[in-house]
Design a protein around this ligand. Structure first.
Ligand code: ATP
Length: 926
């Protein structure tokens, strides 16, 4: 395919003109559900419905009391308070979801910026997918996703996966009318947007873009799966259910308790109106306990954490495609990684060429002479390739396509040769592109440099190319391959010990008259008269940040395995450079792909955990490795960039595709590592683990309040005292814990320290025993203090906390006589504020859960999350207490009261700090 001269493509003016006439290649997102409807959907929540019923009941009672003249207009304050709570709960939840969804939308847009190779102004350039216009000449290669509908101008062994449109996983496409398939849904010379190239390559002219494409007609929107239930979500749902049932039980107990108390305190004859009012109040308290206890915030905290993580992970070069991947990455125990690009820079440079054919030795710099063999080598490099060089500026050439082939083109360029001229002048007859399975590439051309000759060029893994050759050309003379192979092996070993990637070159002269293909079943035919020309060593240095990232993963208890198509020598040297390969490792710890294939299932089971390197691996080896590791109970993350890596990416718990990988690999993966670097994978683990911890913190916080709120109201019910927390107060508490705390704790930044722990067990329950202990102990402590206050307010009258009498407090604690009285508004205000401030300080303890140190550590990094929400809670409480009046059953508190409450309640945090300080580092779970 002589793309450069045959096709000139559009000029810049024509591109603009076409865009004006035919539109750009962007799919219009489907109409979004209107905002008001999304808001109304919030009212489908059963808890909100229960609240609405409570609201109606309370409103009816208020109407009755007002119109019969029993009460003043103030009775409407309670229903108004409930209405406010309902609106706040639905409103804040709604805003959260919207902001999370917006983040997902941004991620989808990034998905749309995939680079496409086009010919414009007679040059091959890369543009974003949305920039393609009708009339553009696009170049397609194995693994590419077709960016727009296009008619083929030229195609080599083109196979397309059309399953996104027709369900057809592999369909041949061609420009040859005699091979057109009349029964196919779409013309055989058309490729369609959204389908992928699974083999071969092509040049095509765009005929439809954006919504006009076949794919555009069926497009239904967002590709990022944010609806899928993650394993953690499922676990949390079960937990929510359990808590919900428990809350029903507590609510029933409250009703029973209050009824018993009512009848034991009130003697016949009954005042029916009073009983009615009492019943209604009881019902409302029971309903509110349910509302407070049911952890609506739990799933929201996960979604919020995931949305935040996804956005922040993007700035750390991780494009999360499937939401669950964020958290699963945190549980990962093994990472199977590629070598090229992930561990190395993928900056390939020809280090040395050793063309025996030219009598070459490594020390002597090659000069391409004008003789036949030199020409054959030049043509092999220029023609037997799918890469291009783009002149980004007069001094700089950028490689488009395969980096190995690009390095060879750059080398040729440095020898003063123009690959474009050689390539466009030779006439291509057939081609087998490079694949990791074959490990070589072959092209048959009618030679330009040797007019009248048909030549077969082969380049690939040296030992494979050598095995295809009968002869080696040494200094212009043909010698039997066996005679020279030991020498070649030694030379290869030397390069590999320097972590070089090596390539072998060969060629054959083909009889033009015999119209037989050189290929058979996707391989070179046997017994072709191939002659070995020599080898090229290409350097690709290790990324400087990788050794540290590897160490961090190893410290985090994550095993790393390199799965590479390269040789054992090169792979081991790279592993050594990144400090993965230790001196004590033996042959037990590494294996080649073919050897791996021969292992029985039992042998594999026995050896799989020990393996550190699989070299000369084929994609199916990767999949087998992943499955074997999973059988061993490992949580596996695997990297992949090629089309054939898709099965392994699918099989692993987390598939990681590379930013410059094929669309097929990206589609099959859960996360795309945009900068290809292992450091970003390491970051993803840190994010995943931090996310899990944040959810644990939220549960810790929420469950402690649950225990405190339920037991306090329950005890209140059985003691016959007034409910210490009123309905509207409890709704505020609910807002604090379900919404604000979810926001505060879910947004805590990731913590490097999580990388010092071992991976969590996959089946581990999110509520750890240490958490249960803490929920119960702190929860009961709250209950004891709050109960003490309840008793104190019941038997004493207090108008300032300064008058608080500690002795009376202790005495009243155990006093169970009938002479108690109801709470004044002021006392209710004190109780309510104590309750809220306890939770406020406890939120800091929750923040410090599992961190090695104070709750204030790193507080600077969460000013816009945790700290802001904390402030919001305190300010909200001050406003409610000062202005809530009858609606919240409160009376303003004096400054001294505020100071006393703040200091006393903060003991919760200080005790926590002391315990954290005294606990040895290793067992830090407080
Ligand atoms: P990894 O799987 O870690 O990315 P890799 O890139 O070295 O490793 P492959 O791309 O499968 O693995 O390459 C395997 C071997 O095939 C290389 O060592 C090299 O000898 C040969 N090879 C690589 N690229 C080409 C190419 N474009 N044409 C011909 N041979 C190639």
């Amino acid at each position: 395919m002589d793309t450069q001269t045959q096709f000139r493509g559009l000029s810049n003016e024509l591109v603009s003109k076409s865009r004006l006439e035919n539109g750009s290649n962007i799919l219009t997102p489907p109409k979004k559900t209107p905002v008001w409807r999304l808001f109304l959907e919030k009212f489908k929540d059963p808890i909100i419905r229960i609240l609405l019923i409570a609201l109606i009941l309370s409103f009816l009672v208020a109407c009755y009391q007002y119109f019969t003249g029993i009460e003043s207009g103030n009775v409407f304050l309670e229903p108004a308070g409930i209405l406010l709570a309902v609106l706040l709960a639905t409103g804040v939840g709604f805003l959260f979801e919207r902001s999370a969804n917006k983040k997902f939308d941004i991620l989808n847009q990034i998905n749309d910026e995939t680079a496409v190779r086009v010919i414009r102004n007679a040059r091959v350039v890369e543009v974003g997918r949305q920039d393609i216009v009708v009339g553009d000449i696009i170049l397609l290669e194995t693994g590419d996703e077709v960016p727009a509908d296009a008619t083929l101008l030229d195609a080599v062994s083109l196979q397309i996966n059309e399953s996104s449109l027709t369900g057809e996983p592999s369909i041949g496409k061609t420009t040859n009318p005699s091979q057109f398939d009349k029964d196919s849904t779409y013309p055989s010379n058309e490729v369609l947007r959204g389908t992928t190239v699974i083999d071969g390559h092509a040049v095509a002219e765009v005929i439809r873009v954006g919504d006009a494409t076949e794919y555009g007609k069926v497009y239904t929107g967002s590709q990022i799966e944010n609806q899928v239930e993650t394993p953690l979500n499922k676990q949390l749902k079960r937990l929510s259910k359990l808590i919900t049932y428990a809350s029903y039980l507590v609510a029933t107990l409250i009703i029973v308790g209050r009824l018993i108390m009512y009848f034991s305190l009130h003697e016949a004859p009954l005042d029916w109106l009073q009983l009615g009012g009492f019943l209604l109040n009881t019902l409302m308290i029971a309903v509110t306990v349910i509302v407070v206890t049911v952890p609506e915030g739990l799933p929201m905290s996960v979604t919020l954490s995931l949305a935040l993580s996804m956005k922040r992970m993007l700035s750390a070069n991780n494009l999360v495609r499937k939401m669950h991947a964020c958290e699963t990455m945190g549980a990962c125990t093994v990472i199977c990684t590629d070598k090229t690009g992930t561990l190395t820079q993928n900056q390939m440079t020809v280090y040395e060429t050793v063309f025996y054919a030219l009598g070459d030795i490594p020390e002597k710099k090659l000069e391409l002479k004008a003789d036949d063999l030199s020409r054959i080598i030049k043509e092999n490099i220029a023609v037997n390739t799918t890469a291009f060089l783009e002149k980004t500026d007069p001094m700089h050439l950028k490689v488009l396509g395969n980096p190995t082939e690009g390095a060879l083109l750059l080398w040729l360029n440095a020898q003063g040769e123009h690959y474009e001229i050689i390539r466009s002048s030779a006439k291509m007859v057939e081609q087998l592109t490079f694949s990791t399975e074959r490990k070589y590439m072959a092209t048959v051309v009618d030679s330009f440099l040797h007019p009248g000759k048909r030549l077969l060029f082969v380049k690939g893994a040296p030992e494979i190319v050598l095995s295809l050759c009968k002869e080696i050309i040494v200094d212009g003379k043909e010698v039997p391959a066996e005679e020279y192979s030991a020498h070649i092996d030694q030379q290869l070993a030397d390069y590999q010990a320097k972590a070089m990637r090596t390539l072998g070159f060969a060629y054959a002269e083909i009889d033009k008259d015999q119209e037989i293909s050189c290929f058979e079943n996707g391989q070179l035919r046997k017994n072709l008269p191939l002659k070995y020309l020599g080898i090229v060593a290409i350097s690709d240095p290790v990324r400087s940040d990788v050794p540290e990232a590897i160490q961090s993963c190893l410290d985090a208890g994550i095993d790393i395995k390199i799965v590479t198509g390269d040789t054992p020598g090169t792979a081991t040297e790279i592993a050594r450079q990144i400090k993965l390969w230790k001196e004590e490792y033996t042959e037990e710890n590494r294996i080649t792909g073919p050897e791996f294939g021969l292992l029985s299932e039992e042998e594999l089971e026995e050896r799989v955990l020990k393996l550190k390197i699989i070299s000369r691996a084929r994609p199916m080896d990767k999949e087998r490795l992943v499955k074997a590791l999973q059988r061993k109970g490992q949580v596996v993350a695997v990297t992949g960039d090629g089309t054939n890596d898709a099965p392994a990416l699918n099989a692993a718990q987390v598939g990681l595709s590379m930013g410059d990988g094929t669309s097929v690999a990206k589609e099959a993966s859960d996360i795309t590592i945009l900068d290809n670097s292992f450091t970003s994978i390491n970051r993803a683990v840190m994010w995943g683990r931090s996310l899990y911890q944040n959810v644990q913190r939220f549960i810790l916080f929420q469950m402690t309040i649950n225990v405190a709120a339920c037991l306090t109201v329950l005890i209140g019910a059985f003691l016959g005292s007034e409910s210490p927390l009123t309905v509207t107060q409890m709704l505020w508490v609910n807002l604090i814990m379900d919404t604000f705390a979810a926001m505060a704790l879910a947004s805590l930044p990731p913590n490097e320290e999580v990388m010092k722990d071992k991976p969590r067990k996959e089946k581990e329950h999110i509520i750890q025993p240490t958490m249960t202990r803490r929920i119960l102990s702190v929860g009961f402590l709250f209950v004891v203090v709050l109960f003490g206050l309840m008793q104190y307010f019941k038997y004493e009258d207090i108008s300032s906390l300064k008058d608080f009498d500690w002795n009376l407090f202790v005495q009243d604690f155990f006093r169970f006589s009938k002479d108690g009285h109801g709470f004044s508004l002021y006392e209710k205000s004190l109780f309510f504020t104590f309750f809220v401030m306890f939770q406020f300080w406890n939120m800091f303890n929750a923040k410090a859960y599992k961190t090695h140190g104070s709750a204030f550590k790193g507080i600077k990094d969460c000013l816009d999350g945790f700290v802001l929400v904390g402030l919001l809670i305190v300010v909200g409480q001050i406003i409610i207490v000062n202005y809530g009046g009858q609606m919240f059953s409160v009376a303003p508190l004096s400054l001294s009261d505020w100071i006393i409450i703040t200091l006393v309640s903060s003991l919760v945090l200080w005790i926590g700090e002391i315990i954290r300080f005294l606990t040895p580092k290793k067992s830090k779970t407080i």
